[in-house]
Design a protein around this ligand. Structure first.
Ligand code: CUA
Length: 319
């Protein structure tokens, strides 16, 4: 993305420099040309010019529309990570960056990524607002407590790149720095296989899901008191009040911490809150487990089976 961001940036600089020099130059030129030469000089009586006024309205409009369309296209490209992007979670904390890979690797203030692969960062904060900033990638986004923000980038050159916190977050804000280590794919594979203390994020989440007894209500067979979670990720779910909500990371997180906020249609608001019981990192594990239930559920539905009569009733998925 760096090339596209820079091209737009230099275009803006070019436009600014061109008009600054033009205006400053004309001010000096006319000041000299039309200076008062004698005590009897009287200025010409001019009552405006329609052509001139249309000109200085239309030309800036065209220039700003070019900037708008160009800027919007870069913005959309930056806001839409490709589907095949590698997902990595980040948790900001006074004063460090914690990274969590899907395979289970955790890192602090260092982020290892492969070259030539799109990487999507899903970020949140444990305390105050931080800001994930990798200048070399032209990537910058606020990291907020209580919600997930995302950025994506595709490293094109192996190397080590500065990572900064770009939001004043307290005493050691300036020390909240790190490095993004971009590796050749083979090196990255070696790095990945070197020491995974726990299992993958989803498998740790599965264990936590059982430890917290989530599985007593959220059962795969639609006999539980909570919605069946299999296959829900990425779908739109209808709530009790008729509202449609996207079943994404933010919704899963909210439903764990504040279960009565948005209750799926056909269910009672009986789930207890897990606020204070699960950390931000454990939330990521649970989310990744719920996301992984998608793949398992897609296998049976791919076969031509007739769904049972109860399935449609208890599965709050909007068709
Ligand atoms: Cu975190 Cu500044």
């Amino acid at each position: 993305m760096a090339g596209r961001v820079d091209a737009l940036y230099f275009f803006l600089i070019g436009i600014s420099v061109f008009f600054s020099l033009l205006i400053a130059g004309l001010i000096v030129f006319y000041a000299v040309k039309y200076r008062r030469r004698g005590a009897n000089d009287i200025g010409a009586n001019i009552h405006g010019s329609v052509i001139l006024e249309i000109g200085w309205s239309v030309i800036p409009l065209l220039i700003t529309m070019v900037i708008f369309v160009w800027g919007a296209s870069v913005f959309f490209a930056m806001a839409r990570p490709p589907d095949e992007a590698l997902n990595i979670y980040a948790v900001g904390k006074q004063w460090m960056w914690k990274f969590q890979h899907l395979d289970g690797q955790r890192e602090i203030n260092e982020l290892h990524v492969p070259v030539g692969r799109a990487v999507k960062m899903i970020m949140t904060s444990e305390d105050v607002i931080h800001d994930f900033f990798v200048p070399a990638f032209r990537v910058k986004a606020d990291v907020l407590p209580g919600r997930y923000t995302t950025v994506w980038f595709e490293p094109t050159k192996p190397g080590r790149y500065h990572l900064f916190c770009a939001e004043y977050c307290g005493t050691k804000h300036s020390g909240m720095v790190g490095e993004v280590v971009v590796m050749e794919p083979s090196e990255y594979q070696t790095w990945l296989s070197g020491g995974v203390p726990e299992g993958s994020l989803a498998s740790t989440g599965a264990k936590l899901f059982a430890d917290l007894a989530c599985n007593t209500c959220h059962r795969p067979d639609s006999q539980g008191r909570g919605p069946v979670l299999e296959g829900l990720y990425g779908k739109t779910v209808t709530m009790q009040n008729g509202e449609n909500v996207l079943f994404d990371e933010a919704y899963i997180r909210e439903s764990i911490l504040n279960p009565t906020a948005k209750v799926a249609a056909g269910f009672q608001p009986i789930m207890p809150t897990f606020q204070g019981l699960v950390s931000e990192e454990q939330l990521l594990q649970l989310i990744e487990y719920v996301k992984s239930l998608k793949a398992q559920a897609e296998v049976p539905t791919a076969r031509p089976v007739t769904p049972g009569p109860a399935a449609g009733e208890n599965t709050p998925v909007k068709k």
